[in-house]
Design a protein around this ligand. Structure first.
Ligand code: SAH
Length: 396
């Protein structure tokens, strides 16, 4: 019999709204024995409200697998959930043709702690919770069956595993390493994906649609791409006939990849591209001091605020780069600015950017609000899934 997690009185409210996290402060006691990752019944009063994965090391003490008290959490459960997540991508028919696609977006796909991205016929999974860790083999089998892919690589080396008491782990789960590089095509541009050494699962699929938009906006413009990683936005700017593209990142390996990606695309004019290894905060100041201006600036920084407690310090960092970005734009220029911090909501982000434009003495309006690509769905019951937010601003 599975153990029972008894909730404090009144703490069932978020579960009734189908939010999948049970925090330490909501737990009255555990009845019975459970090891990390084991399935427990979540009980309020006398009623079983959910089945969840027990994670004693984490502040999120349990993550819900199912709100159906009768559902059995076994290999067949993961086969169903994974197949549903993969099938859900077909809701937007165009997604089914994407060689680079997020197949499982964790809580938003009913699989807390499970990320799966597909690059051609290779799937990369990231398991970040005790529950996901326990069901690794079932998840891998289900992915092989649902996708027909040739191989699965595991990149469970994210920091958040530490919070669940899990060690980093990486390696081939199914199949063998492909002989050549993994290359996908995104809006007509080839990109090599370093699934072993790159960030996250190798690539930022969430920005796919925004990279397309950027390409459409680039013609004839002098583009500055800050935090360029492996050149996703930069190459789309070149494909969109930008006059020049200066790209900045503090990671030399990322820039090396970007240069190699450009070489994979002989149709692009490489003489218009310049790559600079620098800290964006310093480099923007240097460019300003040198009197440089740009017509289109992209600011896609890493997560400055992993949670709400970092929000204040993160807000200063966002303000700083957006202020400098506004100052560097020629009149009539475009600023494409993002935050991928879960701890900074859209409303706050917009306030920060508004403050930055004001302090820069610039008049700006929102042309378009931007978000993650639709293979990163947001469950309405789990607003935390909506981490990526952006603004396209027209600046005078
Ligand atoms: N826009 C990219 C993803 C950006 S990820 C894409 O579409 O693929 C964020 C990048 O910021 C990483 O490549 C990281 O190396 C870089 N970075 C982090 N801090 C930085 C800093 N202070 N200055 C410059 N680059 C930084």
């Amino acid at each position: 019999m599975s153990a029972q997690l008894i909730l404090q009185p009144g703490k069932e409210r978020s579960l009734l709204r189908r939010h999948p996290w049970i925090f330490a402060g909501s737990v009255e006691r555990l009845v019975g024995r459970a090891r990390p990752g084991d399935t427990v019944e979540v009980v309020a009063g006398k009623q079983v409200l959910a089945k969840a994965a027990w994670s004693p090391a984490s502040q999120i003490r349990a993550r819900v697998w199912s709100f159906d008290a009768d559902e059995i959490i076994d290999n067949a459960f993961f086969k169903r959930r994974v197949a549903e997540a993969v099938a859900r991508r077909g809701v937007l028919p165009r997604l089914t043709f994407e060689p680079g696609l997020r197949l499982i977006h964790a809580e938003s796909d009913g699989l807390p702690g499970v990320i799966a991205d597909k690059y051609g016929d290779t799937v990369v999974v990231q398991l970040t919770s005790a529950g996901a860790e326990k069901w690794r083999e079932a998840i891998a089998d289900a992915l092989m069956r649902a996708t027909g892919c040739a191989r699965i690589y595991e990149r469970s080396d994210s920091d958040v595993r530490g919070l669940e008491g899990l060690e980093p782990r990486a390696g081939w789960l199914r199949g063998e390493a492909p002989t050549g590089e993994i290359v996908i095509e995104e809006h007509g541009v080839k990109m090599a994906i370093d699934i072993v050494g790159g960030h996250k699962t190798g690539f930022y699929l969430d920005q796919r649609d925004n990279r397309k938009l950027l390409g459409e906006l680039s013609q004839g413009r002098r583009v500055l791409n800050c935090f360029c990683y492996t050149g996703g936005f930069s190459l789309q700017a070149l494909a969109g006939s930008a006059a020049a593209v200066l790209s900045i990142d503090s990671s030399q390996p990322a820039l090396d990849r970007a240069v190699a990606n450009l070489a994979l695309n002989p149709q692009l004019d490489a003489t218009r591209a310049e790559w600079r290894c620098a800290n964006v905060f310093d480099e923007l100041r240097r460019l300003k001091a040198a009197g440089e201006t740009f017509d289109l600036i992209i600011l896609d920084p890493p997560k400055f605020a992993p949670s709400a407690s970092y929000a204040e310090r993160a807000a200063r960092a966002y303000k700083d780069i957006n202020l400098l970005g506004c100052k560097l734009l020629a009149p009539g220029g475009l600023l494409m600015t993002y935050s991928c911090s879960g701890g900074i909501g859209l409303e706050l982000f917009q306030k920060i950017v508004a403050g930055a434009a004001l302090d820069a003495g610039r008049d700006a309006r929102i042309v378009q609000r931007l978000q993650g690509a639709p293979d990163h769905p947001v469950a309405l019951a789990f607003p935390e899934g909506e981490y990526l937010k952006g603004l396209l601003l027209h600046v005078f």
